[in-house]
Design a protein around this ligand. Sequence first.
Ligand SMILES: [Zn+2]
Length: 186
Amino acid sequence: MQKPLREIAVGVAIVVIGGVVLQQLTGISLVGWVGPMATWVWDACSASITMPRWLFALTALVALSAVWNTYSAYRKSSTGPSKHDYVEDHFDGLVWRWSYDFSGAIKEPWCFCPACDSMLVYSEEPGDSYVGKRAFVHFTCEVCGVRRGSLEGDRRYIVARIQRMIDRKLRVGEWRAVIESKQKGA
Ligand SMILES: [Zn+2]
């Protein structure tokens, strides 16, 4: 909050001091320009123009997204990492990555090879409750040619379980430590 305010104050001070110096040196008064300039700006802004509705909507959308980007960049710089910077973690010996949808919900995570960072492929080994055989999903790296992990359950269960682990870290605040240790390691 402090930084932008200070920058604005410094900017205003530079303009004012610059104006005074200019007036002293050249005799040109900036103050005399302010009135006509303000009138011109007001006229330019309040004049009506014809514009197709779709173009207006598009322009408004672009402007809104620019404002949003500036706001989120500002939030990031003023408050440090946000929850939505937490998009990677290690679970069950694998690297898991995910993103968030517009409502902030965790999108389906997926796992990557801890050695070469390739997306892992999976194969399901179905269980059989009749003989007490448990289901497994095997995760393999095609690049390394190595099986990177075998987790119990089917694919949907495993992904949902990882999602719950991410959700827990977000709620209890452990996500901060993950980002900090990653920043130290980078
Ligand atoms: Zn690999």
